[in-house]
Design a protein around this ligand. Structure first.
Ligand code: XMP
Length: 468
């Protein structure tokens, strides 16, 4: 019988280093075949971890969040849409007003939608002008037609104009809004200076080609898989995560093949597996990244209930090595309790790390903060817990009546304040770890990593001791 190790069984040996954690290190990494992140962190697709707020925070911070699938299709797609709309540099379907509406209408639309100006369209849908708060201020009579109050000489650019071209035009003409038009003068989008400046300040955020935040969404292997996938992709999801406890299962492999065939070009993550064979079969089915982890999660009882699993460090080491041969990145999923575990998972070969319980305790996760005896908590539950299964039945309707042993628990986790606190600790710990190993980037980190197996006595020594 061979041995398997997890995070507490090992330490990383220090190496000669001329690297300083603050200035020399980059944590940029590959999440899936076509998606790269500045922070190798993924928030878990669990209903006590990732909905719109967490996903938005993760992308703004350079990582990515995966919206959980324990929602009706339309509701899950709406969570995706909210993230894609959050920081939208090219707005595909801007709010507009018609030239023959009143100035009062324009004012109302701007107020309702929280925007400072509207492209004005003529009766054929062509751009006739633009109306801003300033124009309204000087209109005097709100009963006037928009066409009388708007700025008629409007600068437009071709649909498909890049952000850097748009920025030049905005600066050259000292304007704040740039409508995009097709050949016939019809409105095809809008670029605003405000969004371009925001983007320039937040270089590290995870963005798509249009400047919108990245977001992923999970789906299971069910009758509605294709319908759910289509709704999520239509809403703008950048990646779909096939979320199955046993990803090395014929149904999971077939689902990946089918999704890759039906939705050409869509990024699909497969999981979860814990053996090299599992990782390779997912890749052969078409997976653009493989998710590793059977039973390491804080709320998981799979190993206790079924006796099945692979200690997470060994699983990551072996699966990531197998996936690397196919140039497919591995996501280490579950069991991370601190920045040391996080660093070990990446050093072992993972390109990114998925995290549940640490983020469940933050303001950005769904659910309320509870105060008990002066201590703050938030609710956290395994998605295979009895609790979650009962709620899922309410959403899906039917249940086949067969008894299934729950493979997760529900409970509380410590309240940790803003998610930024957790993320900053993880990244700072990782940077420091990289500097101990003389690594400027994650590739070098993995190359330089030498694990040493430790004893229980060494683990006691590692933790704080002999002090109160
Ligand atoms: P952490 O340790 O970060 O782990 O909280 C998050 C991961 O745990 C997995 N997960 C489960 N595993 N039963 C399981 O065996 C469950 O009910 C369950 N719910 C979540 C999942 O991989 C998640 O990303």
């Amino acid at each position: 019988m061979r041995e398997g190790y997890t995070f507490d069984d090992v330490l990383l040996e220090p190496q000669r280093s001329g690297v300083f954690s603050r200035k020399d290190v980059t944590t940029r990494s590959q999440f899936s075949r076509g998606i790269f992140l500045n922070a190798p962190v993924v928030s878990a697709n669990m209903d006590t971890v990732t909905e719109y707020r967490m996903a938005r925070f993760m992308a703004e911070s350079g990582g990515i969040g995966i919206i959980h699938r324990f929602l009706p299709i339309a509701a899950q797609a709406e969570e995706v849409r909210k993230v894609k709309r959050a920081e939208n540099v090219v707005i595909d379907d801007p709010y507009t007003v018609n030239a023959d509406q009143n100035v009062a209408d324009a004012e109302r639309i701007m107020k309702e939608k929280g925007v400072s100006g509207l492209p004005v369209l003529d009766s054929d849908g062509r751009i006739a002008g633009i109306i801003t708060r300033r124009d309204i201020l000087f209109a005097e009579n709100l009963g006037k037609k928009v066409s009388e109050a708007m700025t008629k000489k409007v600068i437009t650019a071709k649909a498909g104009t890049t952000l850097s071209e748009a920025k030049k035009i905005l600066f050259r003409h000292r304007i704040e809004k740039l409508p995009l038009a097709d050949k016939s003068g019809k409105l095809r989008g809008l670029i605003t200076l405000k969004d371009i400046l925001k983007r320039a300040n937040g270089e590290s955020a995870s963005k798509d080609k249009k400047g919108r935040l990245l977001v992923g969404a999970a789906l299971g292997v069910k009758d509605d898989t294709l319908e759910r996938a289509k709704a999520l992709l239509d809403a703008g999801a950048d990646v779909l995560v096939v979320d199955i406890a046993h990803g090395h299962n014929e149904r999971a492999l077939n689902a990946i093949k089918l999704l890759k065939k039906k939705f050409k070009g869509a990024e699909i993550v497969g999981g979860n597996v814990a053996t090299p064979k599992g990782a390779i079969d997912l890749i052969k089915a078409g997976a653009d990244a493989v998710k590793i982890g059977i039973g390491p999660g804080a709320a998981c009882t799979t190993r206790i209930v079924t006796g099945v699993g692979v200690p997470q460090l060994t699983a990551v080491l072996e699966c990531a090595r197998a996936a690397e041969k196919y140039k497919i990145p591995a996501i280490a999923d579950g069991g991370i309790r601190n920045s040391g575990d996080f660093s070990k998972a990446l050093a072992a070969g993972a390109s990114t790390v998925m995290i549940g319980s640490l983020f469940a305790g933050t303001d950005e996760s769904p659910g309320d903060y509870v105060l008990e005896d002066g201590v703050g908590y938030k609710f956290y539950r395994g998605m295979a817990s009895r609790d979650a299964a009962d709620d899922k039945t309410k959403i899906d309707g039917g249940h086949d009546g067969a008894y299934r042993a729950p493979e997760g628990k529900s409970g509380k986790v410590s309240y940790r304040g803003r998610a930024k606190n957790v993320l900053d600790d993880l990244i700072a710990g990782l940077r420091s770890s990289m500097s101990y190993l003389g690594a400027k980037n994650l590739r070098e980190f993995q190359k330089n990593a030498r694990f040493i197996k430790i004893t229980q006595a060494a683990l006691r020594e590692s933790n704080i001791h002999d002090m109160k």
